[in-house]
Design a binder for this molecule. Structure first.
Ligand code: ZN
Length: 400
């Protein structure tokens, strides 16, 4: 248990995972894989976790490990050998083992800047000068799958079943529901791939079904979007650029990204607001925050709001709120520390939490709808705010 397993296909390593446990269960194996001609099955089963997809040429590594190439069966490698030849974190997965031949390593084909350039320049059909929402809604759905650790590639029938209702509910009011369009045409974004069908024109639904075509984010796009900062930024960008007048709380909840509409990550509670359908009740309680930090930040600023400087007076004292820049718990997983806290008045707390204002690198406080500077953030000499948390918040705001 805890050992790592690498998956090999087409002379490459294509994924890694951690072994959570080994067990034998013939009925389960038969149900999953069936039996061969001799009525045998693969009854030794591994339970895997932390599955991560990537691509890395395997030949040099296998030769260094003195393993015959190509790999044909389960091969065990001692941990020290693995560490020597196969560093597996993000930085070294792309680098070559030392002392090997000069075959160039396959470089990632997409970097962060290209990802966001592609996301901000999606080609969308326009209808009465309003861009179609099919592609951004589909991308949010795909990002939701990544966040839920579901498979990256999805067969057409599943795609249609899951995406068509989203296009129905969140597409332009009078646009036709055509899931085959984003399924096929998102390829032009450079972030999307389609497998199992290849033809010059848009395939029909029956062609997609007959070929059992699959589509999803490219491996490179998925690799970038599995990181929390890039994911927050992508969601913020897609929402603010293409989905301005969509009910984001509703849409993001439907694609499994509830919490991304607020810095705190708290989910909107159901209520009589605007006559909308009641939302799923919140079943988990917010993560515990350390009251010492809450008190510390309020005392440090004497209850004065770091944005506007005002101080709410109560009968015997003053009132302020401690706001986490990057919410604790799901989905933002921010740390509970002073560097991630602000002392705010109730109004600015709501505006910061609901992404109406954000704080720039130079500490200016800007209105998100216009970008206009409204205040300079007040900073106590003992309060070292972590810029990365503010960057994450700007990402949620669609400001990259
Ligand atoms: Zn204020």
């Amino acid at each position: 248990m805890g050992d790592e397993v690498l998956f090999y296909a087409g002379k490459k390593f294509v994924a890694k995972a951690t072994i959570l446990g080994l067990f034998r269960n013939r009925p389960l194996a038969t149900a999953v894989w069936g039996v061969d001609e001799a009525h045998k099955t693969w009854e030794h089963i591994m339970a895997l976790g932390d599955v991560a997809e990537f691509e890395m040429p395997a030949e040099n590594v296998l030769r260094a490990l003195r393993v015959p190439v190509p790999l044909r069966s389960l091969t065990l490698v001692r941990a020290e050998e693995r560490r020597r030849f196969l560093g597996m974190d993000d930085r070294v997965v792309r680098s070559r083992p030392e002392g090997n031949s000069s075959r160039p390593e396959q470089a990632p084909t997409l970097n962060r800047e290209e990802l966001f350039r592609s996301l901000s320049t999606l080609k969308t059909h326009t209808r009465e000068q309003r861009p179609s929402r099919h592609k951004p809604v589909t991308l949010l759905w795909a990002i939701g799958r990544l966040a839920a650790r579901q498979d990256r590639m999805v067969e057409w029938e599943t795609f249609r079943r899951e995406v068509a209702p989203l296009l129905q509910d969140f597409g332009l009011p009078d646009s036709k529901v055509t899931p085959e369009y984003p399924f096929w045409h998102l390829r032009t974004s450079g972030l999307w791939c389609v497998e199992g069908i290849d033809q010059p024109s848009t395939p029909t639904r029956s062609q997609l079904a007959a070929s059992r075509a699959r589509a999803g984010l490219t491996m490179d796009a998925a690799r970038l979007l599995r990181r929390s900062l890039a994911r927050a930024e992508a969601i913020g960008l897609l929402c603010s650029k293409y989905l301005g007048d969509v009910d984001r709380d509703e849409l993001l909840e439907r694609v499994g990204l509830a919490g991304y509409t607020r810095a705190s990550g708290e989910q909107p509670t159901s209520g009589p607001s605007g006559g909308m359908a009641p939302r799923r009740p919140v079943t988990s309680s917010p993560p515990a925050r350390d009251q010492r930090f809450v008190e510390q930040i309020k005392v440090m600023y004497g209850h004065e709001c770091q944005v506007c400087g005002s101080r709410v007076e109560t009968r015997y004292s003053h009132y302020s709120e401690a706001a986490h820049i990057r919410g604790l718990g799901r989905p933002h997983e921010g740390p509970d520390e002073l560097a991630n806290l602000l002392c705010l008045c109730p109004n600015h707390h709501v505006e910061f939490d609901r992404l109406a204002i954000y704080i720039d690198e130079d500490w200016s406080v800007r209105r998100n709808s216009t970008g206009a500077v409204e205040y300079q953030l007040k900073l106590h000499a003992d309060h070292a705010i972590e810029q990365e948390h503010l960057r994450y918040h700007r990402g949620l705001c669609g400001r990259i």
